[in-house]
Design a protein around this ligand. Structure first.
Ligand code: ADP
Length: 497
């Protein structure tokens, strides 16, 4: 999976997009919270401004009563309210300045001070100087009106401020919602581009594969998840293709085997008749020893023997016989097989054996020996007198990949033993590699090969529920691997089909 670690991942991108949306939403929420807090402050300030305005109205109310009825109590209430108003101005001086009505507030304070002096003078004159009171009254009333007007201006300024804050809050809210909506649309589009489109491409590729226009899926993106899905799909397609090839080859070889068996049966009788007749003629003493007729009969005899051997090996192979599978320790079996061909083994040929002693397979001993014999003989012939043949075995863990061993893929998931026979001969040209298991396929000279060895090996491996592969790299010898089921608990038998 190292391949994928440096790739960008869809998961990362989705997480990043959601983090961006969450951060934006959080920032907007904090901003809105702060705005609401300011609005709350402004509303509280509005309450104090309203109190200021109400106090100004009370001042005027007691002023009117004082001039109407001349009561001391009205004068005192008036003074108390003006004192209160001065107190309000002092205690809220800083907050009121934020209203942007500084000038108005300064005027208000000045008017209020003048008003206090004027009404105090009126109160003093109200006892003994009614005329002077009459003179002073208009000034008090005018100043009182100014106070109410200035208070109204402050109230208006505060309302303006709240209105402004509300409208900017509305604008901020609109742009925030629009911003989040745009971001979500962008994220949606990016996700569609990164996920939906590649999946659509995968679907199109799969349709093309199903219709036989493609063999593998095209890679629609670079994201780790997409790459991993497409790689897995392509792996499955490759394995399916290999299994299909294997199946086709098995079916082809099985029907060829049936045909070959039929032909062998049919040939057997005429061949025996020809051979018997030839023998009778050869025993006829009327023919001179060196006569051309006798030489021809000898040739017929030789060819009959050769044909008989072919038919015999075919009949032997296809004969109904008991197929008995048992647990076979591998190493002794291979050593015994090598002993069988000891006399045919060139002196200088190097044979390497690498088979762990604890390996055992489930197989029919004679059949497995026959298969081993055919493979080893071929390897020896290919390697030549001074060549090298290696026979090895190792355990195959179910599911473990076998690189370059396409023929073994169908047996990938079984617990098995891989038996490897390789040589350093000239190798097998790629153009004939797909045909080497066919019956009667041979590249050897007449009389040296019948082309049945590998066909028989293939059938034996199939009978055991195993797989076989052949590989060869230009001029670097050939390697055959038989994968057979590993030794299990029970011994089983069945009649060969
Ligand atoms: P035969 O040995 O009678 O030709 P086989 O079925 O055993 O029949 O082999 C078929 C062909 O496969 C051989 O003729 C040869 O071309 C090729 N072959 C088999 N084994 C090897 C090998 N070890 N190296 C090179 N070619 C091989």
């Amino acid at each position: 999976m190292k391949l994928f670690s440096s790739r960008p991942s869809l998961r990362g991108k989705i997480a990043f997009a959601y983090a961006a949306i969450a951060s934006l939403t959080l920032a907007i929420s904090l901003f809105a919270y702060e705005e609401l807090r300011l609005l709350e402050d402004e509303i509280l300030l509005g309450e104090r401004v309203s109190e200021l305005f109400d106090t100004a109205l009370e001042i005027r109310r007691f002023e009117r009563n004082f001039f109407l009825y001349g009561q001391d109590a009205d004068y005192r209430e008036n003074v108390a309210y003006s004192t209160r108003m001065l107190g309000l101005l002092d205690s809220n001086a800083r907050d009121f300045v934020t209203l942007g009505a500084g000038q108005r507030l300064a005027e208000l304070r000045g008017e209020l001070t003048r008003y206090r002096q004027a009404i105090e003078a009126c109160f003093a004159a109200s006892r003994e100087q009614p005329d002077r009171l009459k003179q002073l009254e208009p000034d008090v009333r005018t100043t009182g009106q100014n106070i109410v007007a200035a208070s109204e201006a402050v109230v208006a300024a505060e309302r303006q401020l709240v209105k402004h804050s509300l409208s900017s809050f509305r604008v901020m809210l609109f742009f925030s919602v629009a911003g989040v909506a745009l971001l979500m649309i962008a994220v949606g589009q990016a996700l569609s581009r990164r996920v939906v489109q590649p999946l659509k491409q995968v679907e199109d590729s799969l349709t093309a594969v199903a219709r036989g226009r493609r063999r593998a899926l095209a890679m629609p993106g670079e994201d780790r998840e997409i790459v991993s899905i497409v790689t897995a799909f392509n792996q499955v397609l490759k394995e399916l293709e290999e299994r299909q090839k294997h199946l086709l080859r098995s079916e082809k070889l099985a029907s060829m085997g049936t045909m070959v068996a039929g032909v062998a049966h049919e040939l057997n009788n005429p061949l025996s008749n020809i051979w018997s007749s030839c023998q009778i003629l050869l025993e006829d003493n009327t023919l001179a020893t060196d006569s051309p007729q006798r030489n021809m009969l000898r040739q017929i005899d030789d060819q009959c023997v050769r044909a008989r051997d072919i038919v015999r090996s075919l009949l032997d192979f296809t004969r109904e016989r008991r197929f008995q599978v048992e647990t076979l320790p591998l190493e002794p079996l291979v050593r015994q097989t090598l002993r069988f061909i000891k006399d045919d083994t060139p002196h200088e040929l190097e044979i390497g054996l690498d088979i762990p002693s604890d390996l055992a397979v489930r197989a029919d001993p004679q059949r497995l020996q026959q298969a081993l014999l055919n493979l080893i003989k071929n390897a020896m012939q290919a390697a030549g007198e001074r060549g090298r043949v290696s026979i090895g075995a190792r355990r195959h863990a179910p599911g473990a990949a076998a690189p370059a061993d396409a023929g073994l893929a169908p047996c990938r998931d079984m617990a098995a033993i891989d038996i490897r026979v390789s040589d350093n001969g000239p190798g097998i040209p790629p153009e004939i590699l797909p045909r080497i298991f066919d019956p009667f396929f041979t590249t050897k000279d007449v009389g040296k090969g019948m082309g049945l060895g590998l066909f028989i090996v293939y059938q034996i491996v199939e009978e055991h529920g195993g797989c076989i592969s052949a590989a060869s790299e230009d001029g670097r010898g050939a390697t055959f691997v038989m994968r057979l089921p590993e030794d299990g608990e029970s011994t089983w038998t069945h009649e060969k089909a």
